[in-house]
Design a protein. Structure first.
Length: 439
């Protein structure tokens, strides 16, 4: 049965599947038991998708899970001893017949590492991985298993990316009779189909959305780093990344280094903007890829603590909501501090602009909270400066914004960060606009 999705769309579909247990809260006696339950639940969901005839018509009939899924759980949810939710999740899928063309090379047989994004119900994700650029960790120090600080002259990871990568590298899954981490598994694959000189060389793609869109390209880079790779079985010649909606994972020196090794590649000059390997694919109306950019640090409103997402809707307690909103409120300061220590943040962008969905605005103008014209274009987006805040019926000092407008902002953030990508990548929305108001 021929598949109807192309290689990029199939990769995005596999990426989405890694989030199947996000927002699921379970009762368990320990984090270890919770990890086992959630890993089993994710395995069930992914395998059910692969067995579904409708899915097979989209991606092909011979995809299977060959490592994982593995779920990491940081700790019980705040205020509980038995309630747990997924912090990070990852699995490896394989198809012996799927093809992937990168430049002049066509691979037959694909391994895909799919990494989940932020779990909206995980406080750890929000505080430790999403809103924590910290002082940064030098890339070479990370590869050496340490956490030494860097500078603007060397590649530097944000603390949040560093935390996430270490979690992924520490995750284990049962492969046959042995428990293997991802690196051990990838290193164990047959040399005949992995090695540089293999006549039937297969490809390895690392993909993820949102938080996964920062972790996937940096994990791919770590696997094939030019001086200190985590393994030697795979190289940059057959290792590819496909990050979507990812925030900047580090400084500009890191982006430059990444782009020199995992070079962005598009099939033709007429490619769709999402048809690019090794560069972040992002909707320009999505707030997350704008996080930690120079524009974010300079354009974020001073009252960012009023970030209008109702975290109580995700089941957070009052203390959790305070912790998250405090972290968001401090984000501009944290970002500025990172820049002072390590130079500007850098996105993993293709030089020809591929990867930019809705490429009609600049990164700075894509901020719903910084551009009244954008607010008028896509719906009731609050602009948190001066009298414009009255659009939602509250002032900058108010602690009780109008709920209808409050929810509308949340819907817009979620739409532009999640649903819009489905429409744009799967061709159900016009690529030139892709803007739909849910309000």
């Amino acid at each position: 049965m021929a598949q109807t999705l192309d290689a990029w769309q199939t990769t995005f579909f596999l990426s989405v599947l890694s989030n199947a247990v996000s927002s699921t809260t379970i009762t368990a006696s320990s984090a270890a038991q919770a990890e086992q339950i959630l890993s089993t639940n994710l395995s069930t969901a992914v395998n059910a998708a692969f067995a579904d005839q409708a899915v097979q018509q989209l991606i092909g009939t011979d995809w299977s899970v060959v490592w994982g899924p593995s779920v990491y759980v940081a700790a019980p949810e705040t205020g509980t001893t038995e309630q747990f939710t997924a912090t990070n999740a990852m699995y490896v899928a394989y198809s012996p017949t799927a093809t992937q063309t990168v430049g002049s090379t066509t691979f037959t047989g694909r391994y895909v590492v799919a990494i989940a994004g932020t779990n909206g119900t995980s406080l750890f994700d929000w505080l430790q991985e999403d809103f924590d650029p910290g002082n940064g960790v030098a890339w070479e120090s990370f590869l050496a298993g340490s956490n030494e600080a860097g500078s603007s002259s060397v590649p530097v990871l944000t603390d949040g990316t560093f935390t996430g990568l270490n979690i992924l590298l520490g995750m284990k899954a049962q492969v046959g009779s042995t428990s293997q981490g991802l690196v051990d598994f990838l290193s164990s694959l047959p040399t005949s189909v992995v090695a540089n000189n293999a006549t039937n060389k297969q490809s390895l793609t690392v993909t993820g959305h949102s938080l996964g869109g920062a972790l996937a390209p940096t994990l791919a880079l770590a696997l094939v780093d030019s001086t200190n790779p985590l393994q030697t079985q795979w190289t940059a010649s057959n290792t590819i990344s496909y990050p979507t909606a990812g925030p900047t994972p580090g400084n500009q020196a890191l982006a430059n280094y990444y782009l020199s090794i995992l070079v962005p590649n598009t099939p033709t000059s007429n490619a769709q903007p999402w048809q690019v390997w090794n560069a972040v694919v992002w909707n320009k109306y999505d707030v997350v890829p704008n996080a930690w950019t120079v524009q974010y640090v300079t354009a974020a409103p001073p009252n960012l603590s009023l970030f209008p997402v109702d975290f109580t809707l995700a089941g957070y307690s009052a203390s959790d909501v305070l912790a998250v909103t405090t972290a968001v409120g401090a984000a501009a300061t944290l970002g500025s501090n990172f820049v002072k220590a390590n130079g500007p943040f850098g996105h993993l962008l293709a030089a020809n602009g591929s990867g930019m969905l809705n490429n009609g605005v600049t990164a700075k103008n894509a901020f719903g909270w910084g551009n009244p014209g954008y607010a008028a274009l896509i719906g009731r987006i609050p602009v948190l400066n001066g009298t414009q805040a009255t659009e939602l019926g509250f002032s900058l000092t108010s602690t009780a914004p109008n709920f209808a407008g409050f929810l509308n902002w949340e819907e817009q953030i979620l739409y532009q960060h999640v649903s819009a990508y489905f429409g744009l990548i799967f061709n159900t929305l016009p690529v030139t606009t892709g803007v739909v108001s849910l309000g």
